[in-house]
Design a binder for this molecule. Structure first.
Ligand SMILES: [Zn+2]
Length: 107
């Protein structure tokens, strides 16, 4: 599968990933309308975190099109549906630590 880069470290395919494999192709297609938001999310949120730790991040849920959002029982007002949110883990770093680090950098 051809990868579409959103920035240095993230691809469209990473940001549209889902375990609902039957919805994957459709979800990636629907994300086309939200490329600007997804690039912005990568640039302003994900990339600074990626650079801070210098470790790969695993996106567990990024963009959710209508069908996928319904399948996961997401809120209809979810920022995931607008390409403005991503859930992720960083292997070997505790989620709580990541949250604290983000919060301390925000100020
Ligand atoms: Zn989320």
């Amino acid at each position: 599968m051809q990868k579409t880069k959103l920035n240095a470290h993230f691809t469209l395919q990473e940001l549209t990933i889902t375990s609902y494999v039957n919805l994957l192709t459709q979800n990636t297609k629907e994300a086309d309308r939200f490329i600007v938001s997804l690039k912005d999310l990568c640039k302003k949120i994900l990339e600074p975190i990626r650079v801070f730790y210098g470790k790969p991040m695993i996106i567990t849920s990024g963009f959710r099109g209508e069908a996928l959002n319904k399948a996961v029982g997401g809120s209809i007002t979810s920022q995931h549906c607008r390409g403005e949110a991503a859930d992720f883990i960083i292997p070997s770093i505790n989620n709580m630590q990541v949250m604290k680090d983000i919060y301390s950098k925000k100020k």
